[in-house]
Design a binder for this molecule. Structure first.
Ligand code: UDX
Length: 459
């Protein structure tokens, strides 16, 4: 089956970059990304590509090259679905905030709405590709909706999980370790494989059944997050002994069975995937009565929450057991560097804890806008929005954020933080000047030489 037109529902962190790369590598395929959010579509269509709604190195160049030729952004969802032979569902599947499975299960509301939308509009056969991370057996549910309201039209469902990491999305897409396609229909699988085949070698395109594909995505994220929780657990032990977590990580990482990646001790992992996917895995395991399996994976989350909590506890006890009325400057709000995404960022939870201790917080992040910081805190519902506004200030300039602060908390590993004038910063701060480095970013010796009281994870 030859695909000439693709529609992708959802213009977010996955849909945007993925479709941009598919369009770049397949100039003969017309790709349309649709979204109900007019503002977001307008931003994708902005002449100034530095204003794209997703900040991702390398993305503006590709959008510039393909947009208007074979990459289009639109709010005309029905039209795009109708014309396409292949429809990607790339909408968000947040953790449920209500009802059964609250705080654990994935909310499939948006996915179901997409399926119903496709069923209502489709007049010709379609291949429907689930790109959103979904619990195992969701493809089954999508198929049932499509078959029951889609009339005469034939639908093939594929699971094609995305493994890109934010901040390196374009590189990850251009040179993926593997592409995974799960499905029943061989023809549909090969149609998608040939699209990726224009730049990914065939032996790196794995074909599996739908459920293996769905479960592999949850498992990959669970394993990655587990590595971080494992090294973070060791980081606490290092702080109580004379060991240094970087040295331990290096020593174990050189064992080829363990490998060197993803062993950076940190303030705790954030992002839209790890926590959500593990909670999903835990929920599914429990729903099958597999309590030991559920408990095993849940511990990864428990350790991660502990890591964030003990960081803010350490800050408070070091500041003579009180941060009330003290200015704490937070460098970084994004969940990692090179992204403007803040979902589940450790910074939000650390700030919330410090605010409950009546600290006043000054935030600086190179890419996160002011409104996002307030929205993240308000979403937690810990205190009135008015109180968040009074206690939190967001700055466009790091030195202003730091001026008169009692302590700096480094929350994100942005490269630019390393090149700041730390002598100048020392002079701007209240004394003793404390730095709590949640990312092991600065060089302890040179920072202490300036006069700072420096605390870092795992040392
Ligand atoms: C992750 C997966 O890597 C990706 O394959 C999947 O598709 C989506 O989820 P992402 O959330 O974008 O990607 O970022 P990732 O680089 O995996 O980092 C997740 C979090 O872990 C970040 O907060 C990061 O700072 C933290 N992290 C990562 C560590 O604390 N230590 C590490 O060694 C690595």
């Amino acid at each position: 089956m030859k695909i000439n037109k693709i529609c992708c529902i959802g213009a977010g962190y996955v849909g945007g970059p993925t479709m941009a790369v598919i369009a770049k590598m397949n100039p003969n395929i017309q790709v349309t990304i649709v979204d109900i959010n007019q503002e977001r579509i307008d931003a994708w269509n902005d002449d100034d590509v530095s204003k794209l709604p997703v900040y991702e190195p390398g993305l503006p160049e590709i959008v510039k090259e393909t947009r208007g030729k074979n990459l289009h952004f639109s709010t005309e969802i029905d039209k795009a679905i109708d014309e396409a032979e292949m429809v990607f569902i790339s909408v968000n599947t947040p953790t449920k905030t209500y009802g059964k499975g609250k705080g654990m299960a994935a909310d499939l509301k948006y996915v179901e709405l997409c399926a119903r939308n496709i069923a209502d509009v489709a007049k010709t056969d379609k291949i429907v590709v689930e790109k959103s991370t979904l619990p195992v057996r969701t493809a089954h549910a999508i198929k049932s909706i499509l078959d029951n309201i889609g009339g005469e039209v034939k639908f093939d469902i594929l699971s094609n999980p995305e493994f890109l990491a934010e901040g390196t999305a374009i590189q990850d897409l251009l040179k993926p370790d593997r592409v995974l396609i799960g499905g029943e229909s061989k023809e549909a699988i090969e149609a998608l494989a040939s699209i990726y085949g224009s730049w990914v070698p065939q032996d790196q395109i794995l074909r599996t059944n739908v459920w293996s594909s769905e479960l592999s995505k949850l498992t990959a994220n669970a394993f990655l997050a587990q590595r971080i929780s494992s090294i973070n657990a060791i980081s606490e032990l290092c702080e109580h002994t004379e060991a240094n977590v970087s040295e331990v990580a290096r020593a174990i990482g050189m064992d080829s069975r363990i490998g060197p990646k993803f062993l950076n001790a940190s303030i705790g992992f954030g992002g839209s995937c790890f926590q959500k996917d593990i909670l999903n895995l835990v929920y599914i395991a429990r729903s099958y009565g597999l309590n030991e399996v559920a408990d095993y994976w849940e511990q990864v989350i428990i350790l991660n929450d502990h890591q964030k909590r003990r960081f803010s506890d350490k800050l408070i006890t070091t500041l003579y057991n009180t941060v009330s009325g003290k200015k704490i400057a937070m460098l970084g709000w994004a969940f990692k560097k090179d992204t403007n995404d803040t979902r589940e960022s450790a910074a939000i939870y650390v700030a919330d804890h410090l605010l409950s201790e009546q600290a006043s917080i000054a935030v600086y992040d190179p890419k996160v806008p002011k409104a996002k910081v307030y929205a993240d805190l308000n979403y937690l519902n810990t205190r009135l929005e008015k109180e968040n506004e009074e206690l939190v200030e967001v700055f466009n300039n790091p030195y202003e954020a730091i001026k008169d602060a009692h302590a700096i908390a480094i929350m994100t590993e942005w490269d630019e933080f390393k090149s700041y004038d730390w002598n100048k910063i020392y002079n701007l701060m209240k004394k003793p000047a404390f730095i709590f480095d949640g990312r092991r970013l600065l060089d302890k010796n040179s920072i202490e030489k300036i006069g700072f009281k420096y605390f870092t994870i795992g040392q």
